[in-house]
Design a protein around this ligand. Structure first.
Ligand code: NAI
Length: 688
């Protein structure tokens, strides 16, 4: 709501009160409207200050109302803005904390804006599939002309004094609608160039593109015409599936924090252990990033690595990344981990090595130390069983580069205690990660779903596609990188080593075993053949694409690969056929989605939102498509099922294409909306 008081005789102070972020829900809009009217008609009032309670100006529109725009009650935001802007008494915004989205618009409708030096302003709605851009801190906002004054003192007091000083002064040139847009040379060329750039970066998201259209309107049309155009454009965005998907992601990002375990243990009923010191074991690609992430979160870290040159190199790289900040010491001796509260193990993906290490850690570390592994696929429970306190073992699965990627999968084994899970989840939060608790199975959630995706991509190559064709389809869909560019970046040898460990390739494959079949299922050895030829991807300068040098970034098509694929097809009696973009998308994406349904049914992920958060924040699934499970709902579950049935019929030796039982049950029960899927999950206990 909006509290109304008068100060110093002539200043009306209006304070928005709607914790936690003073969002502009119906009652707030109504309160503001009435308060402005009251100030306008009160003969004693000569100026107005608008502020928000608890050090926050306003976080913007109430996203919970978005789903139901047509039934919004109370005055519209634009009506509140218009009333403020046309007020005959000066209105001064006192901005503390932040003014974001509709909150900044509200401030812009005031005649003056005073911001605290630490305040942030911006229009971040593009992240919700709507208008427009980034947040800036007060100093920059002052330079940009968004604020009129910045203060280090009490912002409301400063604004009250300021309001008094401008009482009775003319307001015409203070009204935003009257301000001219600064002239721009070559306006058309400027906007065309801007549009080109935004389009290529937006990767299929419409909000940034529509934003350029709106800014063009604002720069070239009279104010009221610009507003009309914006209204029309916003309407198209609001009704697009993309805005719904982005808003869904906003909630999915936060849903992970509210985890529960199959045992019934929940986030809100259990206490995290206190963690202030940590050891990271193994300073390769991952260990270095994890060290940086932990140190930046304020932990004192000891980084342990057995190979001398790796230790020296890691020390150089980590210090450079931390720029002198953070508390990190280095050691080649595992004993350095004796007194820490937490260990994160990031040595090679080798079960025997990790088992040995966990046994050793269990005897070295003080009682109560939480032991975490960064394994991408291995069994957490087997590692736990090597230790004295298996309840204190969890997975903390970071993504490369670990100090930058937002996702953290926290893996609980059957014996992990709720406190251990709570501790890892809370640590994830301290590191600024999107943490999602997941169950223990090969690949957990993210990598388990990646497997059928990669598999389909390889099969498509066998059947006649090229890496370029597959990648183009996926990038057009919105992935930052297609599957082949992505595996070139992460290294083809990673999966190869895992497949060797699993006995799927190399000398362990029994003689006479058909090369395109394993255990009665279709198998593509293409990735293995590439690795046998030293084609590991970017690191070796060649993979599915050619790079100018080892470690090079710019991918070029490689004629060698075309010949390699042709020879491979001839050898295996495969006839290349033309493959359409639609088939690429359906087979790759439906395979991911299908595994997602199995994961839900197996209880490995607690909700479709959790799966979607994992894909959006760890695997580059485009936010404007909401994550694989949300996308399945948008496409229509019946259509996804029909697609999988069709492809499974054509490829009966590919079990990943066989529709999951949960998907079938959902379609049979009329394809309920995503928040009801859990009710159909095996063993789900109704909350009613
Ligand atoms: P890496 O090969 O870059 O580094 C492993 C490091 O561990 C090496 O420096 C090695 O000298 C060191 N090491 C081996 N045995 C040790 C011991 N007993 N004590 C101390 N240090 C030892 O490997 P990477 O890529 O960093 O992977 C580490 C773990 O993280 C693996 O379990 C992997 O599956 C997982 N992971 C890897 C991701 C990636 O993108 N590379 C992503 C997520 C998880």
């Amino acid at each position: 709501m909006a509290q109304y008081t008068t100060v110093n005789g002539s200043v009306a102070l209006i304070t928005i009160q709607n914790p936690p972020v003073n969002a502009l829900r119906a009652a707030v809009r109504e309160g503001l409207f009435n308060a402005i009217q009251k100030a306008s008609s009160d003969p004693l009032v000569r100026s107005v200050v608008l502020s928000g309670q608890n050090g926050t100006f306003c976080g913007g529109a109430d996203i919970k109302e978005f789903g139901n725009v047509s039934s919004m009650s109370g005055p519209l935001l634009v009506e509140v803005f218009a009333l403020m802007e046309t007020s005959m008494k000066p209105v001064v915004a006192a901005i503390e904390g932040f003014a974001l989205g509709g909150g900044l618009e509200l401030a812009l409708a005031c005649h003056y804006r005073i911001g605290h030096s630490k305040a942030r302003v911006g229009l971040p709605e593009v992240n919700l599939g709507l208008f427009p851009g980034r947040q800036v801190i007060a100093g920059e906002a002052l330079k940009l002309g968004l604020l009129d004054r910045v203060t280090d003192h009490n912002t409301v007091d400063t604004a009250l004094a300021f309001a008094k000083s401008v009482e009775g002064k003319p307001l015409d040139n203070r009204r935003l609608g009257n301000r001219p847009c600064p002239p721009l040379e070559n306006m058309d060329a400027f906007f065309e160039e801007a549009m080109k750039r935004v389009r290529s970066r937006a990767r299929g998201a419409s909000a940034p593109v529509v934003c350029v259209q709106a800014v063009r309107g604002a720069a070239t049309l009279p104010f009221h015409k610009g507003m009309e155009l914006e209204k029309v454009l916003l309407g198209t965005l609001f009704n697009s599936g993309q805005a719904q998907a982005s808003q869904y992601c906003f909630f999915a990002e936060r849903a992970g924090a509210r985890w529960s375990m199959p045992s019934g243990a929940r986030w809100d009923t259990c206490r995290a252990l206190s963690i202030s010191t940590a050891a990271v074991i193994g300073l390769g690609t991952m260990g270095r990033g994890i060290t940086v992430a932990l140190a930046r979160a304020g932990l004192s870290v000891v980084a342990v690595e057995t190979q001398e040159h790796q230790l020296a190199e890691a020390q150089r790289v980590v210090s450079h990344m931390l720029k002198g900040g953070g508390q990190v010491s280095y050691s080649s001796d595992l004993q350095a981990a004796a007194e820490v509260d937490l260990v994160v193990e990031a040595v090679f993906e080798d079960m025997a090595l990790k088992e040995k290490l966990f046994k050793l850690l269990s005897s070295i570390c003080k009682p109560g130390t939480l032991l975490a592994t960064n394994t991408s696929t291995l069994d957490i429970d087997r590692l736990a069983s090597c230790t004295r306190d298996p309840q204190l073992v969890v997975g903390m699965h970071f993504f490369a580069p670990a100090h930058m990627m937002r996702l953290l999968e926290v893996v609980y084994g059957p014996r992990s205690s709720p406190e251990a899970v709570a501790t890892a989840m809370q640590l994830g939060k301290r590191m600024g990660k999107v943490s999602v608790a997941v169950g223990n199975c090969p690949g957990f959630v993210g990598n388990r779903m990646l497997k059928p995706y990669l598999e389909q991509a390889y099969f498509l190559l066998e059947e006649g596609a090229t890496p370029e064709l597959v990648d183009a389809a996926l990038e057009e869909f919105g992935f930052p990188m297609g599957v082949f560019r992505m595996t070139d970046l992460s290294g083809l040898d990673v999966g190869w080593r895992i497949r060797k460990e699993e006995g799927l390739t190399g000398p362990d494959v029994p003689a006479g075993q058909p090369t395109r079949s394993r255990h009665g299922h279709r198998y593509s050895p293409l990735g293995d053949l590439m690795c046998e030829r030293g084609r590991y991807g970017q690191k070796s300068g060649r993979g599915w694409y050619l790079y100018d040098k080892p470690g090079g970034r710019v991918a070029r098509s490689d004629p060698w690969l075309r010949n390699f694929l042709e020879e491979y097809r001839v050898r295996n009696a495969l006839v290349a056929r033309p493959i359409h973009r639609q088939e690429v998308l359906e087979r790759c994406l439906y395979a991911i989605i299908n595994e997602g349904f199995r994961i839900l049914d197996d209880g490995i992920a607690a909700s479709p939102q959790n799966i979607d958060a994992i894909y959006v924040f760890g695997y580059g699934w485009p936010k404007h498509r909401g994550g694989p499970m949300f996308y399945a709902g948008q496409v229509g579950l019946a259509r996804v099922l029909e697609g999988l049935e069709r492809y499974h019929l054509a490829h009966p030796d590919v079990p990943h294409l066989e529709p999951s039982s949960l998907l079938r049950r959902l379609v049979a029960s009329g394809s309920p909306p995503i928040h009801k899927w859990n009710q159909m999950v095996k063993g789900h206990r109704s909350q009613l």
